[in-house]
Write a protein that binds this ligand. Structure first.
Ligand code: PEP
Length: 249
């Protein structure tokens, strides 16, 4: 399976800073064997597209998409628009969108459907918050997120095209990382859910870890059997750190 390191820039950087970060990443990522995916804010997608064009292992992703196809939805960005702008991947179900924009399982399921209809590869995020972790309900939380947005909506064929990302909310942007064992047991659980639903093909689906992943901890995380790469927030804003994470397999 291809190892993947995806960078979620969130709502950061000016246009000039984005351009210079991209140039730095493009120069440094050459020759690194993993697949990098860069997810800048919407206004920088076309700059990014031009700068990474033709690069063998850097692809473009968006951080969000609409659940609608087209029409009078002011401020929304459709999957068709993303696809026609050269975007290949889209992050769906990030915990910040669930928490601050009230995205429900159903809405996330609709977004997944729109992405797949437009041949975008969704990076589907799931994970428990701190109180759910403390209550020991993390496996149940992840199971229900996956069931209600994916298994209840999508066919086996569609599911097999998704990249999964386990992102414990208590580890996102906090500097606190899930230990390799803590992450692996949830990844293994997710793998089991996938196999139960789509059979052996579930073994081929990438499951990324996200949550304060950085050069100092990436290797230990990526050595785990069911961790196929990372979804990186803060550390994706520094070219050296981001590319170093890509060298950690
Ligand atoms: C994220 O938001 O997807 C993320 C993993 O952020 P960070 O790496 O900053 O914890």
């Amino acid at each position: 399976m291809q190892n993947i390191v995806a960078g979620n820039w969130k709502m950061n950087l000016t246009s000039d800073a984005a351009e210079s970060l991209l140039k730095d990443i493009v120069a440094k990522a050459t020759g690194v064997s993993c697949q990098f995916i860069i997810c800048p804010p919407f206004p920088y997608l076309s700059i990014a597209k031009d700068l990474i064009d033709g690069h063998p292992n850097i692809a473009l992703g968006a951080q969000n998409c609409s659940n609608k196809t087209s029409g009078a939805f002011t401020g929304e960005v459709s999957c068709e628009m993303l696809k026609s702008s050269g975007v290949e991947y889209v992050i769906i179900g990030h915990s910040e969108r669930r928490a601050y924009y009230n995205e429900t399982h159903e809405l996330i399921g609709e977004k997944l459907m729109r992405a797949l209809e437009n041949e975008l590869i969704p990076i589907f995020c799931c994970g428990e918050n701190l109180s759910e972790r403390k209550a020991g309900s993390h496996f149940d939380v992840v199971s229900s997120q996956v069931k209600e947005s994916i298994f209840d909506f999508l066919s086996k064929d569609q599911i097999s095209k998704i990249i999964f990302a386990y992102e414990p909310v208590w580890a996102i942007g906090t500097g606190e990382t899930a230990s390799p064992d803590q992450a692996e047991e949830v990844h293994q659980h997710l793998r089991q859910c996938l196999i139960e639903n789509i059979g052996d093909d579930g073994n081929q689906i990438p499951i990324l870890y996200g949550g304060s992943c950085k050069p100092g901890n990436a290797k230990d995380l990526f050595q785990q059997k069911n961790i196929d790469g990372g979804l990186i927030g803060g550390a994706s804003l520094k070219a050296d750190d981001f590319v170093q994470i890509g060298r950690s397999f």
